[in-house]
Design a protein. Structure first.
Length: 344
């Protein structure tokens, strides 16, 4: 798992994602609400047209003729065939119990059906309908119930423009939600990459500062360490080989050499160099390292014996870096080995 520091660790990524989610949900709710409203508007539009036809038909029939099915038939046929209302497809006069008295046009399942009550006029005249003798107006009972119902079928394609606008609005909203999600995703990815790069640069700056400090300390340590090692070796040469302090001076020289290697490693860490990969023979490389450590190994009666691999072992690597690896391994093995009879 990658560990981020600095700004990224405190950046409210979840808050941003939550905000995008809230906006998307709000847009979805708005689209659904608009869709519902547009469907209601479509139904009101069709209902208004049906109400218009109902008013036209009832206006042409007055008085008791409104309750006469035979009087309705020519009016219905004339209205359907006039061509003024191409979206009018079906008209029927039915009784409250559902029995059809007269029809015009053709009913189908895809029509928008509107049904309204047919009432006789509140004010009529005495006599027998439209062609009866005129008389004084009579007021009918205000609680009179409708005896017939008028069913009108409207072609819903007449409101197709509202349906198209509804689908267009829903489609645009869905596309906007998708685009917002995609943009939010790429924005988060870009921001994460930027903050990771910023954290990496901060880490590199810290490592560079640590490297400079390590180089300064290494130089300051190497100089007195070289003096300690050199003076100890001079003292060893001036004293007899069987002197009591020879063993202690040897220990001092050995530890000074170990510290020198640590300082060298520290400088290598502080000042990394480019890697030069070449094809290497491992036996030859290890043999060279062992030859350089033969004198130190002899002090602890250690002998190096290298087998002959078949086929020859080769590897592609940086020669200096790999040589340093084997050098550290062999030196650690020599230092950890006790003074015993010859070992390999």
């Amino acid at each position: 798992m990658t560990s981020y520091t600095g700004t990224y660790r405190h950046f409210p990524t979840r808050v941003f994602v939550g905000a995008v989610a809230v906006v998307c949900v709000a847009m979805a709710v708005s689209a659904i609400s608009s869709y519902t409203s547009m469907i209601e508007l479509r139904n009101l539009y069709l209902e208004d047209r049906a109400h218009e036809i109902s008013a036209i038909l009832t206006e042409r029939l007055r008085g008791p003729d409104r309750l006469d099915p035979d009087a309705w038939r020519p009016v219905i046929d004339e209205t359907l065939q006039s061509g003024s209302y191409p979206w009018l497809k079906y008209v029927a006069l039915i009784e409250p119990n559902g029995q059809t008295l007269t029809t015009g046009g053709r009913q189908s399942d895809d029509l928008y059906l509107y049904e309204t009550a047919v009432r006789t006029p509140r004010w009529g005249r005495q006599g027998g309908g439209r062609f009866g003798p005129p008389g004084l107006p009579q007021e009918h009972d205000s609680d009179q119930r409708a005896r017939l119902n008028l069913r009108i079928g409207i072609d819903p394609s007449s409101a197709e423009f509202i349906t198209r606008q509804t689908y267009l609005h829903v489609g645009v909203s869905a596309l906007a939600i998708f685009a917002l999600c995609v943009l939010g995703y790429f924005f988060v990815r870009t921001l994460r990459s930027f903050l990771e790069l910023q954290a990496e640069q901060e880490s590199q700056r810290r490592l560079a500062a640590l490297g400079r400090l390590s180089a300064t300390l290494a130089h300051e340590i190497r100089n007195p360490l070289g003096a300690i090692k050199g003076l100890t070796q001079v003292a060893q040469e001036r004293l007899p080989p069987d002197h009591d302090t020879q063993e202690m001076m040897t220990t001092v020289v050995t530890e000074a050499e170990r510290l020198e290697r640590l300082v060298t490693d520290l400088l290598a860490f502080a000042r990394p160099r480019p890697i030069n990969s070449v094809e290497l023979d491992l036996k030859e490389l290890v043999a060279g390292v062992a030859e350089g450590l033969r004198s130190q190994a002899a002090e602890k009666k250690i002998e190096f014996k290298l087998p002959d691999p078949d086929p020859p072992a080769s590897v592609r690597a940086d020669p200096d870096g790999l040589r340093q690896v084997f050098l550290n391994i062999l030196l650690n093995a020599i230092e950890a080995s006790p003074r015993t009879p010859p070992s390999t």
